[in-house]
Each structure stands twice: as structure tokens, then as C-alpha cells.
Ligand binder design. Structure first.
Ligand SMILES: [Zn+2]
Length: 266
């Protein structure tokens, strides 16, 4: 049995049912903020020069929208590698984390510079991080109707091969039907990007990706976001600071002779 195409069933607007939403502003534990600025301070104290560094923002698996901590990977001496944040590097760092922690973004410092914006290179890094983080921050956002032009409805065991030549999509059902709606899940992911300066300023963005599971329709967007600092009860203790100091000594090694295009690359 075969029915006519969807034109008779067409709706003006595809049906959409909202299931969830992505964060519209950034939530960050006060502890994580304190730690980020402490890293900058330690870099200045240890190397006697203000220097850029980068890290990852970390969240607990069950609360991916809250930055609970800052993770410091081995920062490279080589500026080119540093600026081009590779997915391999991110994967290595994710693997070093405890089971319940995920990366939900990245943070870097512009040191003593008053350059309070994301650079062109930073923008490329956002996308690399988003790509990596997407699977972990993914959640269903909506069920959305796929408007199929020329949908053919067939009944199991009751159609011929030539029926298959017609239509762009065919739906084979075990009982005769005259109408069908195909709804796909639209998944959404996000990652945070924060840049800070020694003077205490910070700028941040949220990057989004939405993808329809069946249509493959993908939308990438971003926006400047406000940041809300949350008191999680955790504070940076003297022991934490001393451990962080050792970590900074080990993982951050500044260029003593930065190339002139440094500012441009940052
Ligand atoms: Zn930068």
C-alpha cells in the first residue's frame, strides 16, 4: 500500500519540542577563579616575569556547566605548539584526570598585557576545544520534526521493488498508516573560553554546537557571556598554593626571549 507524499500533510512550521537548554552564562566556583589568578601570580613570582599560560576548566560529570577547578597541563616552550592547541594534547590531559572530572573549556592568560580580547588564534583554539569537549557536554535539546519532501509510506511485505524507486525517504511499517511525522533529536554541546590578565580582568565566551542526529544539520555559534562566581565551600589553602607553586615550576616554562609577533599570536 502506498500513500501520496507529504505535501498533503505539510505543516507551516516543523514541530519542535524543547527538552533541555545549554548554559547562557558561565558558572565558576570562587575556588577556581582564585586558583587561576594564583597561577598568574605564581608565574610572576617564580619566573620574575609575567607570562602567558593556558589551562583547562574542569567540571564534575554530573554538573558539566559549573567550572569547579582549573587543570594545568604541561605548557610548551615552543610558542607555535602552545598557540595551536591540539586535540591530542587535550585528550592526554583528559586521560590524566580522575574518572568523575571532565574538561568543559579552556582558560588562558594574557599576562601583564592589556589585550582584553580573544585573538584570531584563540578563536581557532575555541573550536578545537569545543570539538573535543562536545561529546562530554552533550545533551538533548529538542525533538524536531524533519520535513521530508516526498515521503513514501509502505507496508511491510506488501510492497513491490518498484515502489522503492519513488520518494526521497520511505517508511515501512507493520500496519497500514496514512500519516507519519519523523522527529529527530537535536543534541547540543558547549564549551567555555576564558582569558584573564594579571591586573585582575577576565573576558569569556560560551561556544555552542547543535546537531540533528538524523539530518546531520549542524549549527556552531558563540556569544560573550557573563560569569557568576559560586561559593562551593572550597577555598585555596596554603597547602594548595604550595602544591600549585610546584606545579607551575614544573609545567610552565616561559620564553625569556619572546619573538616580536608574540602579541599578535596571543
Ligand atoms: Zn589569547
Amino acid at each position: 500500500m502506498r500513500f501520496k507524499d507529504l505535501s498533503q500533510l505539510k505543516r507551516p512550521e516543523p514541530l519542535k519540542i524543547t527538552l533541555g537548554s545549554l548554559p547562557q552564562h558561565i558558572l565558576m566556583a570562587k575556588y577556581a577563579k582564585e586558583k587561576a589568578f594564583k597561577i598568574s601570580e605564581l608565574v610572576g613570582a617564580i619566573f620574575e616575569v609575567s607570562f602567558e599560560w593556558y589551562g583547562f576548566t574542569l567540571a564534575h560529570k554530573d554538573r558539566p556547566e559549573l567550572i569547579a577547578d582549573i587543570g594545568l597541563p604541561q605548557n610548551d616552550l615552543n610558542l607555535q605548539d602552545y598557540t595551536n592547541l591540539g586535540s591530542e594534547k587535550i585528550a592526554d590531559f583528559q586521560e590524566s584526570l580522575p574518572e568523575d572530572l571532565i574538561i568543559n573549556g579552556w582558560i588562558h592568560s594574557h599576562g601583564a598585557l592589556n589585550y582584553k580580547h580573544f585573538s584570531h588564534t584563540d578563536k581557532e583554539n575555541h573550536l578545537t576545544v569545543l570539538d573535543f569537549v562536545a561529546a562530554r557536554t552533550r545533551k538533548p535539546l529538542a525533538k524536531k520534526e524533519i520535513a521530508v519532501q516526498d515521503l513514501v509510506l509502505l507496508q511491510k511485505d506488501r510492497f513491490e521493488e518498484k515502489d522503492m524507486e519513488k520518494g526521497s525517504v520511505c517508511l515501512i511499517t507493520d500496519a497500514p498508516i496514512t500519516e507519519a511525522k519523523i522527529m529527530e533529536t537535536v543534541y547540543g554541546s558547549f564549551c567555555y573560553s576564558i582569558v584573564i590578565g594579571d591586573a585582575g580582568w577576565h573576558e569569556q565566551e560560551i561556544h555552542y554546537r547543535e546537531r540533528g542526529i538524523l539530518s546531520g544539520h549542524t549549527k556552531v555559534s558563540s556569544k560573550a557571556a557573563t560569569i557568576e562566581f559560586v561559593d562551593t565551600g572550597k577555598t585555596l589553602s596554603q597547602i594548595d598554593i604550595s602544591e600549585l607553586s610546584d606545579e607551575v615550576k614544573k609545567k610552565i616554562r616561559p620564553h625569556t626571549d619572546p619573538p616580536p609577533e608574540l602579541i599578535e599570536r596571543m
